[in-house]
Write a protein that binds this ligand. Structure first.
Ligand SMILES: C[S@@+](CC[C@H](N)C(=O)[O-])C[C@H]1O[C@@H](n2cnc3c(N)ncnc32)[C@H](O)[C@@H]1O
Ligand SMILES: [Zn+2]
Length: 1015
């Protein structure tokens, strides 16, 4: 046993960079990986879960209380693993243990025998009875927010026992299959599933074949590509507008395919759009999409239908995924088939053809078949559940859900008629099997979910060369509207088919069983009210919901409504807290979303904080007093963090370590969202003793800067940067504060966590500034002599925060990252700022936290240095500052140069910088637009007039603009004047050169400008 006061490895050191590399790489591993069993949103990588768990389970060999048995075994066993030389000292041994943890984080080693044996033996040596006697009880690892189960699965791998619970039935089903069924029944289960699945496929084929006819020439369709349609409302037009985001079909280098259209204008009828499949040479040949930001453009007349009309048209068609036929079976509206993807016997690759009458006939039969299914249910007195999911979608405005406004109001509305028929058939067959064997029923449910993922009218066709398949519905943790969608053929063998889905699950089952050592127990439970007895756990390690990031319960209903029909008798397929609820439990879900209520109370920040506090208090109760805890958290706002941390402290925990681990792949994130984080912070914690001391505020404040400073240095060495670094500093800061029962000022006032965190942000911001601009600037408040002005500090801090964490290992998907398009959701948001305006952006909340304590007043710089919109702060690109700095003419001259036009003539800029007396800053012509006069900051005309003196930042930007404008003479004159003036200009310019993101226009300009500085 490890004595209570003996530190665990995770409380002293951790191989951050190595584990980060493996964790980020893991996302690109698919075949047989446990995460492929069933989709769950924001799964944690197994690599980081495994590494942190080992570091929690193993004691630090340098601690005098470290069990001798553990050290002896470690010295004996570690040499079996290459590169883990335990040396002779305790320090060497610690290094070797960390080396092993890093090595074992590699997916390639995760099932390797030596690694498994050594890790389990050392867990046993640490937790077995003293002297290595009999009666070893493996430690119990508890995760009450277990989700897709990364943490408990790794606990089993290390030979521990695991208790995994979650509020969500879909999550619990995944957990049960992965942690209980598969380990218990071994490889035979994969065989049984393969057999039963093959039989289901055979039967479904018989039943459904006529809905998916083969082509007369023997080709087999694998997907139908559709567009929802609306009618042009411009007078004298009335053409049907197929809503298509992109006309690309295939981007493979040697077989590029796309659609182009022409307009036929038959007399007396509205114009008609006709399509043709062709081979484009490049992007330019492919026509632009007809829909962007929910605005539709008519191909026939060019008129634009605004978003509200597009919504109205689609709402009238209940989403518009189905074709409308007249009595004679002719298509009159609704969804339009654009192309059919086929495979041809003996020919490689996918082929694309236009749809035919036969294709529509099959759709019409499917509609008739669906009508029959629904009729029978109606006439049978609506007994039992309707075969097609008729449960309501969450209310309009629910986080992440955009489809309701387009008339999709029930879960069944997300599917075409043919998809519904096929899904009903598969669901019925799964149900029959589940009545024969509950175990196989659970595995078939996983298979059905895979089919669902790619068989809705919200799945896209991906033309990318490495894909050319139907994409899953949850590319993001949301349900945005999709205009043109791909209907997979579930009877084929391609992605999205039953056969393919079955293969994925079989592989996963076969691969996962072998990894498992210990025993698991799974339960549907609320983390705030747990069933485990007191002191049961050796490790309490969890990954709670990230504030407002993911609406798990709402999203999971997409699967739940079908799974509960496939397994009506399954104990997990009901809301145990509310028998009347046909969907997954919502009321107790821990998520910040004010549109949701718990007992009439909106789920606001205070509610989230309280819920976390209750969950942590439960964890404290369940954890043995010698035990250790860990919490994973990643959120891009300080608000999310504060809610979690206050929950932890109120729940009676103290932090003893913290490790940021990169879990996302950098380039993909950056392509999507500026403020996304690459790392999740793993906070290591212990239960706070009831008799903890009262801390002294002054002492706490004295300790803070040193800890944060040391920590920042270490993390930067490990490649952690920017916003990731900011949040990673919370750990050590909280180690100081959370030691105490409470912290008091000299006059006995209790200091709230929020007040402390303000200090933390300040210290982090100051340390960052000191790093990039030097200490004087970091200390400077407004007007401090000799220091760089406010706008430069703001810009420096902004760019520093923007830096992103290095994550190597992203090769396999970088191509996809490059291709990342903004989602339809963004398009849907008319007037959304994302993806349109240029410039770097950060979350407002983060910028504000830094700015305030450093004496930077954000409203003052709006329109001059930054722009604030919808909770996002954008740093104005220097091109947008040109007018501000030079006035009308200069801006034009600069713009002209940016457009690569050669400008001739006298360097007129010099007249705008009449820098006659050294030391006097040149005045700037004109001034920026000042938007919004928030707070009580003075933005009156007087104050602006006073602020019109050019700052160092202005002058650096002006120099960059002159560089951009090719005004060599003017630039030289300016640089010379600056050299005479003093060192500030160059210091700032050099700092920015280090801060501007690589590859950015700004970086290129400032470096070129610096080259022009006379030496
Ligand atoms: C961040 S996820 C866990 C992900 C998991 N670590 C993985 O790798 O897949 C958080 C989980 O908390 C669950 N949850 C939310 N509120 C809960 C509550 N009150 N009790 C238990 N679980 C809850 C959600 O269903 C979700 O699965
Ligand atoms: Zn028109």
């Amino acid at each position: 046993m490890i004595p209570k006061d003996c530190k665990r490895l995770a409380e002293v050191d951790f191989p951050i960079a190595e584990v980060s590399k493996h964790a980020a790489r893991e996302k690109s591993i698919r075949h047989g990986h446990p995460s492929t069993l069933h989709l769950w949103w924001a799964r944690r990588p197994l690599a980081s879960s495994r590494a942190v768990l080992l570091a929690l389970l193993w004691p630090d060999p340098c601690d005098p209380l470290c069990p001798a048995e553990f050290k002896a075994q470690a010295r004996k066993l570690l040499p079996q693993v290459g590169g883990c030389n335990p040396g002779t000292t305790d320090q060497d041994l610690r290094k070797a243990l960390l080396r092993f943890i890093a090595d074992f984080a590699n997916w390639d080693n995760a099932a390797e025998r030596t690694h498994l044996e050594v890790s389990r033996a050392l867990v046993k040596a640490a937790h077995g009875p003293a002297g290595g006697g009999d009666g070893y009880e493996p430690p119990l690892v508890v995760d009450p927010f277990a989700g897709g189960g990364s943490i408990p699965l790794e606990a089993l791998r290390l030979g521990c026992e695991a208790f995994a619970s979650d509020l969500n039935p879909v999550a619990c089903l995944i957990l049960k299959v992965m942690l209980e069924d598969i380990p218990r029944h071994g490889p035979k289960l994969a065989e049984d599933l393969r057999r039963v699945g093959a039989e289901i496929k055979r039967q479904a084929e018989k039943e459904l074949a006529d809905l998916y006819p083969k082509d007369p020439d023997g080709a087999t369709p694998i997907a139908y590509l559709w567009a929802r349609t609306v009618r042009c409302e411009s007078p004298n037009c009335g053409a049907e507008i197929p809503l298509v985001r992109s006309f690309w079909l295939c981007k493979k280098a040697k077989r590029k395919r796309a659609l182009k259209h022409r307009v036929e204008r038959p007399a007396g009828e509205p114009p008609r759009v006709e399509f043709e499949v062709f081979e484009p040479k490049s992007d330019k040949d492919v026509p632009a999409g007809t829909v962007a930001r929910a605005k539709a453009t008519c191909v026939a007349c060019g008129a634009v239908l605004p978003p509200e009309r597009v919504r109205a048209h689609l709402a009238a068609q209940r989403g518009g995924a189905d074709v409308v036929f007249d009595a004679k079976g002719r298509r009159t509206g609704g969804a339009r088939m654009l192309a059919v993807v086929t495979l041809r016997p003996g020919e490689p690759g996918r082929h694309y053809r236009l749809p035919t009458e036969r294709d529509y006939e099959a759709v019409r039969s499917a509609q008739a078949r669906l009508a029959k299914i629904l009729d029978e249910w109606e006439h049978g007195g609506r007994r039992g559940l309707c075969a097609v999911a008729d449960e309501p979608l969450p209310a309009i405005g629910t986080l992440g859900f955009r489809v309701q406004r387009y008339g999709m109001l029930q879960w069944g509305d997300l599917f075409t008629a043919r998809q519904k028929v096929a899904l009903c058939d598969l669901q019925q067959r799964a149900k029959k099997s589940s009545q024969e064997s509950a175990l196989l029923g659970e595995l078939l449910a996983q298979t059905l979910s895979h089919v669902l993922e790619r068989n809705s009218a919200l799945s896209r066709w991906r033309p990318q060369p490495y894909m050319e398949t139907v994409e899953g519905i949850f590319g993001r943790q949301a349900l945005p509207v999709v205009w043109d969608f791909a209907e997979a053929v579930p009877l084929s063998s391609s992605t999205g088919s039953f056969e393919h889905s079955l293969g994925v699950v079989v592989n996963c089952v076969a691969g996962t069983g072998a990894l498992v050592g210990g025993q698991a127990q799974v339960q549907l439970a609320d983390a705030t009210n747990h069933t485990l007895p007191d002191d049961a756990a050796g490790v309490w390690f969890t990954d709670p919901p990230y504030y407002d990031a993911i609406p798990y319960a709402d999203l999971s209903d997409f699967f739940f409504v079908w799974l509960k029909r496939a397994m009506p008798d399954h104990p997990l397929m009901h809301d145990p807290f509310d028998a009347a609820n046909p969907l997954t439990p919502k009321q107790r879900e821990a998520v910040q979303d004010e549109t949701k209520r718990d007992d009439g109370r909106p789920k606001d920040r205070a509610w989230f904080e309280e819920t976390m506090a209750r969950a942590f208090a439960e964890g404290r109760r369940v954890l043995h007093e010698d035990g250790v805890g860990a919490v994973v958290f990643a959120h891009k706002t300080t608000e999310g963090w504060e809610a979690l941390l206050s929950g932890m402290i109120r729940g009676g925990w103290t932090m003893t370590g913290s490790w940021p681990i990169a879990t996302e792949m950098g380039s993909r994130l950056r392509a999507r969202e500026s403020a996304a984080l690459a790392t999740s912070v793993h906070l290591i914690c212990r239960t706070r003793p009831d008799n903890a001391e009262v801390g002294d505020w002054a002492g706490v404040l004295r300790e803070l800067p040193r800890r944060v400073g040391d920590w920042m240095e270490r993390l930067q060495g490990e490649g952690v940067r920017g916003a990731d670094l900011v949040f990673a500093c919370i750990g050590p800061a909280l180690e100081i504060f959370s030691r105490y029962a409470k912290v008091e000022t000299a006059d006995g006032r209790e200091v709230a966590l929020a007040e402390y965190l303000e200090k933390v942000w300040e210290v982090v911001g100051r340390s960052a500034l000191a790093q990039v601009l030097g200490t004087a600037e970091a200390k400077a408040r407004n007007g401090a002599a000799g220091a760089v002005e406010e706008d430069a500090r703001l810009t420096a801090l902004f760019l520093w925060t923007l830096q992103s964490t290095n994550v190597e290992a992203q090769d396999s998907v970088s191509e996809e990252g490059d291709d990342e398009e903004p989602s339809d959701e963004d398009h849907d948001e008319a007037g959304s700022s994302r993806g349109k305006a240029k410039g770097f952006t950060l979350v407002f909340d983060v910028v504000r936290r830094f700015a305030q304590p450093l004496g930077i007043e954000l409203p003052k710089w709006e329109g001059r240095v930054i722009e604030i919109k919808k909770g996002v702060v954008r740093l104005l690109p220097i091109a947008e500052r040109a007018k501000q700095l030079f006035g009308e003419d200069g801006a034009q001259a600069v713009a002209a140069r940016l457009e690569q036009e050669v400008t001739a003539g006298r360097p007129m800029q010099l007249t705008f910088f009449p820098d006659k007396e050294p030391g006097a800053a040149p005045a700037i012509r004109g001034r920026g637009r000042i938007r919004g006069t928030r707070g009580n900051v003075d933005v009156s005309d007087e104050s602006l007039a006073a602020a019109r003196e050019a700052t160092t930042l202005d002058r650096v930007h002006a120099a960059m603009l002159l560089q951009a404008g090719g005004r060599t003479n003017a630039l030289r004159a300016l640089l010379q004047a600056e050299q005479e003036r003093g060192p500030e200009f160059l210091r700032l310019a050099n700092a920015f050169s280090a801060l501007y993101p690589k590859g950015s226009e700004e970086k290129r300009l400032i470096d070129a400008m610096l080259l022009a500085v006379p030496r």
